[in-house]
Design a protein around this ligand. Structure first.
Ligand code: HEM
Length: 367
């Protein structure tokens, strides 16, 4: 078929009709503009949206920089050992970690706060992070704290709380009015302060109980799905440390204590899983579940060795609580998704700094 069209016989070919390129240019500009806006929105450059970057920037602004270290729970040690599931564990979840006789564990014990050389005696919050790798290559990563519930219900609320901790340039200290406003807005933050004031301080990581706080879904081989929270219940008897003893204690007493205990044998915790009942807060970690919930002891953790976080393998691990094996799923708790995104930011930043030579230094070298 000819590329030319004829109007009337004998008049010869008519010149091709010229289409204006303007609509096409406008369409392409619109698409490109949309893509740019989309990226800008995702990056949080428009609308001042809460992003993982903005959250991490704000956490960084709460204290001095420590390149190469985690932006939170910066002081810690690497640990390793085993998890052995109980006979009841497979009734909860089909996850391979619950049916394999012994699962290797890599972990990290830490204290709250952003100072990698802070005093153990002043850390109200203690933590454990674990990576369980089963023989089919699946992983269960988790990071838990000694507090029994989270201070606030949402990521935005935690962001507000973090903002309130940023020092005021005029005084060099956080503005107490900002924290008072957060406490007035979130009753759970007041309950958290009450816990921090009154809960006993134990004298060791080994006798500290660690709580998942966030909820997860366990599905067993029969397809039965249940919302759960868990805690690592220490087998080491509780011994308290009063305020005077904490002041006198060595800045690194927790790792010194652990070293002594491990020299004598493994340190153990039971995995105690609580099962939700209808009406329990599944997507809000600031609401504790009643103590009367049905519990199942799903296994025992035995830690056998420790290493510094500078030398051990945990230093370069991101204990993202949403890295889960089949048989375990995260709930819709918005804090879980926020944690996953912010940990990844923190991990990328510290890894970049380490690659650039700002490797996390042992305390002596860093001083
Ligand atoms: C939106 C809420 C939260 C934010 C923004 C947040 C932020 C962070 C950041 C930035 C890190 C450092 C991650 C890394 O560099 O690998 C971290 C570590 C940690 N967080 Fe959170 N966190 C939140 C909630 C929680 C909750 C609810 C828990 C426990 C119940 C928790 C427990 C931990 C623990 C144990 C670590 C240390 C993990 C390790 O040893 O690598 N966090 N958090």
């Amino acid at each position: 078929m000819s590329l030319f069209r004829y109007t009337r016989a004998g008049q010869g070919p008519r010149a091709p009709r010229r289409h204006s390129p303007l609509p096409w240019i406008a369409l392409i500009a619109l698409i490109l503009g949309g893509i740019t806006l989309g990226f800008a929105w995702l990056a949080g450059w428009v609308g001042h949206r809460l992003t993982a970057q903005r959250f991490t920037d704000t956490i960084e602004a709460t204290g001095p920089a420590h390149p190469g270290f985690r932006r939170a729970h910066s002081k810690g040690v690497c640990v390793s050992g085993w998890f052995a599931p109980s006979a009841q564990a497979p009734t909860l979840s089909s996850a391979r970690v619950f049916s394999q006789a012994r699962v290797p564990v890599l972990g990290r014990l830490s204290i709250g706060g952003g100072d990698p050389h802070g005093a153990d005696g002043s850390a109200r919050v203690r933590s454990i992070a674990l990576q369980l790798v089963s023989d089919d290559g699946q992983e269960w990563r988790m990071a838990m704290n000694s507090f029994p519930f989270f201070a606030v219900p949402t990521a935005e609320a935690f962001f507000e709380q973090t903002q309130a901790q940023v020092p005021d340039p005029a005084t060099g200290k956080p503005d107490p009015q900002k924290m008072a406003a957060v406490l007035a807005k979130y009753p759970s933050a007041q309950a958290f302060q009450q816990w921090a004031r009154t809960a006993p301080w134990t004298d060791s990581w080994a006798n500290t109980r660690f709580n998942s706080v966030n909820s997860f879904w366990f599905t067993n081989a029969q397809g039965q799905r249940r919302a759960v929270r868990w805690q690592w219940q220490p087998r080491t008897p509780v011994a308290e440390l009063d305020a005077d003893a904490r002041k006198r204690a060595d800045v690194d007493f927790l790792s010194q204590d652990l070293q002594r205990r491990l020299a004598a044998g493994p340190v153990q915790w039971d995995l105690v899983v609580s099962i939700a009942e209808p009406g329990d807060a599944i997507d809000d970690p600031s609401v504790p579940w009643p103590d009367a919930r049905e519990t199942v002891v799903a296994g025992v953790l035995s830690l056998e060795r420790m290493q510094s976080q500078e030398q051990g393998a945990c230093g370069e691990l991101n204990f993202d609580p949403l890295i889960l094996p089949s048989g375990i799923r995260g709930s819709d708790d918005p804090i879980l998704a926020a944690r996953s995104a912010v940990y990844s930011q923190s991990f990328n930043r510290r890894e970049r700094e380490r690659a650039a030579g700002a490797a996390a230094q042992p305390k002596e070298a860093a001083r």
